[in-house]
Design a protein around this ligand. Structure first.
Ligand code: SF4
Length: 142
């Protein structure tokens, strides 16, 4: 069983990712994860984290114990993780089949939900995150 770890808010980022990120290694890692998430043939499992995940491990902002992207960033990203996990009705540290998680996201998240779930995230204003959720809603017919 191929298991990927994703923190709560990254469950949404993977649908909006368009090759932007914090460093070449982060972009490469996110590209690898996103490729598997978006590939309908890929049968992987996702362990939902509230805290560091595989993407963080390739990010220049990962500190010893906290996200160090900026002042207050660890509390901010953990807050987004919690909101997304709660919104989707998931359990932290539980493992879900990828297809089930993607379909659940398509059913339960609308583009404008990101105004609350991802409030104050610097990427939100780029628009690609809402576009990604819109595409997800459309592709899965929800
Ligand atoms: S900015 Fe923080 S939460 Fe985001 S990937 Fe980097 S370490 Fe993880």
């Amino acid at each position: 069983m191929n298991i990927r770890q994703l923190r709560g808010h990254h469950l949404l980022c993977v649908h909006g990712f368009q090759g932007m990120g914090y460093s070449p290694s982060f972009i490469e890692k996110m590209g690898e994860i996103v490729g598997e998430i978006r590939d309908p043939e890929s049968d992987i499992w996702i362990e939902v984290k509230l805290g560091f995940d595989e993407a963080c491990s390739a990010c220049p902002h990962q500190g010893e114990t906290e996200c160090e992207a900026g002042e207050g960033s660890d509390a901010h990203v953990r807050g987004m993780d919690t909101k997304v996990i709660d919104h989707l009705g998931l359990e932290k540290d539980a493992i879900y089949r990828k297809d089930w998680l993607v379909n659940r996201t398509a059913q339960m998240v609308q583009p404008d939900d990101l105004d609350f779930l991802c409030a104050d995230c610097s990427w939100l204003s780029a628009g690609v995150c809402k576009e990604g959720i819109h595409r997800l809603n459309r592709n899965t017919g929800w």
